[in-house]
Structures are given as C-alpha cells and as structure tokens.
Ligand binder design. Structure first.
Ligand code: ADE
Ligand code: ZN
Length: 326
C-alpha cells in the first residue's frame, strides 16, 4: 500500500528496543543447538505458537526463560547484528538499544562477554550497513538496588561504549525511588538517564512523578499514563522530554494500541516516539508499529511523520549528527 511504502522509506530512529527482545525463534534454535541447551519446543513455529502473554509478568517469564541460549560473546554478537541488520532494512539509520546485563551475569555469563559481543556488532553494522547505534544499560527493577549498583560498577570500564542507563522488568512494587542512589551515581559518571513507566502498571503515574521530581530523567520509556495529569504533561512539555511509546507492545500488555493516547501526546506538544520494544516476541518491528498506528489506530501520515521525526529530536546525539538526519 502507499502508506506502507511511505513508512518503509522514512529514515527512522529507534529508541526503545531490548536486544534480548530481538531474539528470533530461528536464532534461538540455532544457539540452543550450538550451546547444548534444551528448549521446551521442537520447532521455531511451535515456540512462537506457545507465546502466550497478556500482561507484563506473563511476557517477562517467557522473555527471561528464552535467554538461556545466550552464553558466548559470539551469541551476543549474532543477536545484536541480526537486529541491526533488520532495523537497517527498515531504514532505521540510528538506534539506542537496551541490554539487560543482570539477566546474564545472574546466570554466570560475564558482563565483559555480553558487552564485547554487542559492541562488535555495533561497530560492524556501522561500517558495513550504515546504521549508527549507542547502547543503554538497563537495570532489572525486580532485583535489588545493590545488584543494580554492582552492574553499574561493572559497566564503568566500558563507559565509552554506553550512552545511558534505564530501568526495566516488573514494575509492581519496584518504584524509581528504589534506585535513586544508583541513578544519582550513574548521572555522576556521565550517563544519560531513562526509566520504564509501562502502561497501566501499579501506580504508574506516581512512578512518572518520581522520574521527574526525584530522579531527573532525560527521557521516559512508555509514559502513556502521564496523560492522566495535566500538570505532569505540562512539565514533560516544558522539559522537552521524549517518550518512547511502543504501541504493539501495549496491545499485548493492556490490549490497546493506545493510538488515541499517542495522538493526544502530539496535540499537547509532547515528544512521543514509536518503537518496537521486543519485536521478536510481539512480531512487529518499528515499521509494523507505525503501520498499525495508521491502519488500525487511524493516525494520519502527517502524524506518523511527526512521530518519526521526534525520535531524532530526542535521541542522545549532538546537534551536528542530528542535523545529518533531520
Ligand atoms: N524488558 C523487556 N521488555 C520489557 C518491557 N516491555 N517492559 C519492562 N521490561 C522489559
Ligand atoms: Zn521496554
């Protein structure tokens, strides 16, 4: 369709994608075989058929279980390169992917193994495919603040390879304030700050407030619930903060593409962006997210274009690089 073509051709940036969430079933099977890890299913198709998530915890259980196949530097390289290649094929020219080191170090895979494999893929994809990327380290909020601090300390020798830190995993009972010290230290080390405030979790609006008032984030991941409070919206607009919204992910988590929320953000002058979150699981990369918003959510192609542009505006790049994209 013409809309599909326009979306495919637009130069894009992606700011909310978990590298572990780009693990496609075919690669999962190949790595399982290479590493001698037993999977619960006989074929990639059977694995996908068993993807049964209807909220954040049910998704996370499947997501963490699947990571058992990721063991060596080569595995992390292949995972990351496959995502970057796929993204470039969708005309993503720049991205800021997340990785979850604690999900690996807790299984005995070293921080160095993980980040060295990812870094090699980033370098090679930049040189061979022409896609630039900067890595964001996410802390798992359902683990302790001490564990997050340990991950932060492990990251310091690789500071030049990491642009910022985020906070993901299960939000229930794990507010931003739990990690105030960790994020303060991360800021002092020169990292940018973002945090997940996923749609309709426990006290999400309160978590957004903490992000703004206690943490001083540079961006908010998701952030749909900010629309419940006009003062919060005004604050986000005034600070020029980006919001990395993931419509197809939202359809899995709360059975709603949140298209009307996204339109409202644009009307209010909030810098909403569209992202895939965990594309291998939600079966939609960034173009499919944008197309769903247009075809099912009714957003106009002008609105789609604005959302795409916003991602370059709020990306953690300098103005010279931004000018090359905009
Ligand atoms: N980790 C990977 N994907 C996530 C999501 N959508 N929300 C919270 N944590 C995540
Ligand atoms: Zn996410």
């Amino acid at each position: 369709t013409p809309a599909q073509e326009l979306i495919a051709k637009l130069p894009k940036a992606e700011l909310h994608v978990h590298l572990e969430g780009t693990l496609e079933p075919e690669l999962s099977f190949a790595l399982a075989q290479r590493n001698g890890v037993a999977l619960d299913y006989d074929t990639p198709e059977a694995l996908v058929a068993a993807y049964d998530f209807h909220d954040l915890p049910s998704f996370l259980a499947i997501y963490y279980s699947a990571m058992r196949v990721l063991l060596t530097e080569q595995d992390f390289y292949e995972l990351s390169y496959a995502y970057l290649k796929k993204a470039r094929e969708q005309n993503v020219l720049y991205c800021e992917p997340f990785f979850d080191p604690q999900a690996h170090t807790s299984r005995g895979v070293s921080f160095e193994t993980v980040i060295t494999g990812i870094r090699l893929a980033q370098k090679q994809a930049a040189a061979e495919l022409g896609i630039e990327s900067q890595l964001i380290l996410c802390f798992l909020r359902d683990m302790s603040a001490e564990s997050a601090m340990e991950a932060l300390e492990q990251s310091l020798p690789y500071k030049d390879w990491i642009v910022g830190v985020g906070l993901d995993s299960d939000e229930k009972g794990n507010p931003p304030s739990k990690f105030a010290e960790v994020f303060k230290r991360a800021r002092a080390e020169g990292y940018r700050l973002t945090m997940h405030c996923d749609v309709n979790q426990e006290n999400t609006l309160g978590h957004i407030r903490q992000c703004l008032d206690e943490i001083g984030v540079d961006r908010i991941d998701h952030g749909i619930n900010s629309l419940e409070d006009p003062a919060i919206c005004a604050d986000i607009v005034q600070r020029g903060l980006g919001l990395t919204v993931c419509p197809v992910s939202n359809r899995f988590v709360v059975q709603d593409l949140t298209a009307t929320h996204i339109r409202r953000m644009l009307e209010l002058g909030m810098r909403a962006t569209i992202n895939s979150d965990d594309p291998a699981y939600f079966r939609a990369y960034v173009n499919e997210n944008l197309l769903a918003l247009h075809e099912e959510g009714g957003l106009s192609l002008d609105e789609i274009t604005q959302l795409v542009r916003n991602a370059f505006v709020v990306a953690w790049i300098d103005d010279a690089q931004r000018a090359r994209y905009l």
